[in-house]
Ligand binder design. Structure first.
Ligand SMILES: Cc1ncc(C[n+]2csc(CCOP(=O)(O)OP(=O)(O)O)c2C)c(N)n1
Ligand code: SF4
Length: 258
């Protein structure tokens, strides 16, 4: 509390709803991790003071639902094409806009893999956030490239089998090998420590774009209780298994491209 110039005690806001959030319910299921990841991204944009020049490109799926109630410029685009649409917006805005995508793992790592890899190779000065819930959430829980070995999905009712269905794809590590990439990391939302760590990764990725270094990427592991057939708390716990396959950390962090 502080006293203003008229001697009146005023309360300082130390926590509360963001002025950039509209108050209406999200379409996400209870316990869905995707809005948590969106909240991290929004908080970091506010902290960096760039919300008003930020433009989000959401892919097709549940991943971007958290942005439906933000007061910022947003577009949705064809499944997988978000990095290319983001690049077009970035170029049209002469680098002034902070442009980022929010995509599911199916959108980004399956149908959108070509867009992702070539955007990274060009060193597009955009940021891609891939929310990995190890399945195609929106369409009822089919296998994605990121599905764990043994995981039951609607298209792998006996569990994913490496011989029949291939191995899980480690996107953050793969992106980190591409020369146009300034930053690549993987975070998670399963506990407070990892939430804060992810926040740091999101901030570093957006800072690379602000500094004009190159392409930046953060994979965020999130829960999908409905398609995992788990209650929300158990789904959060299951993220530990997902982390065992997909270790958290920074895989590339450059001040300038080679
Ligand atoms: C070209 C095309 N193919 C298929 C679909 C159907 N489709 C909509 S959402 C989706 C899956 C999304 O899964 P993911 O990207 O993992 O995101 P999540 O919903 O899990 O966040 C699919 C296959 C579509 N909309 N467009
Ligand atoms: S289906 Fe899964 S990813 Fe989609 S809103 Fe529900 S819990 Fe979230």
């Amino acid at each position: 509390m502080t006293v203003n110039h008229s001697g009146v005690i005023v309360k300082e806001k130390i926590y509360g709803p963001s002025p950039y959030l509209m108050n209406f319910p999200l379409p996400s299921c209870s316990g869905c991790g995707s809005p948590m990841a969106c909240k991290i991204i929004m908080d970091v944009l506010e902290e960096l003071g760039v919300v008003e020049r930020a433009i989000v490109v959401v892919g097709i799926g549940c991943a971007g639902f958290g942005f439906f109630r933000t007061k910022m410029d947003m577009t949705m685009c064809a499944h997988g094409a978000a990095p290319s649409v983001a690049l077009g917006i970035k170029q049209a805005n002469y680098d002034d806009a902070i442009v980022f995508t929010v995509q599911g793992d199916g959108d980004c790592a399956a149908i959108g893999a070509g867009y992702l890899v070539n955007s990274a190779a060009r060193g597009d000065k955009i940021t891609v956030f891939m929310l990995n819930n190890t399945n195609y959430g929106t369409t009822g829980g089919q296998m994605a490239p990121t599905t764990l070995i043994g995981q039951v999905t609607t298209t792998t009712p006996g569990g994913r089998n490496a011989i029949a269905h291939g191995y899980p794809l480690h996107i953050a590590e793969m992106v980190a090998t591409i020369k146009g990439v300034a930053y690549s990391a993987r975070g998670a939302t399963n506990n407070f420590a990892n939430y804060q760590r992810t926040r740091k990764y999101v901030k570093s990725a957006l800072q690379k774009q602000i500094d004009g270094v190159g392409f930046s990427f953060v994979e965020i592991l999130v829960a999908c209780p409905v398609n995992w057939h788990l209650e929300p708390i158990k789904a959060m716990k299951r993220l530990e298994e997902v982390i065992a396959e997909y270790p958290l950390g920074e895989f590339r962090d450059l001040e300038a491209l080679d």
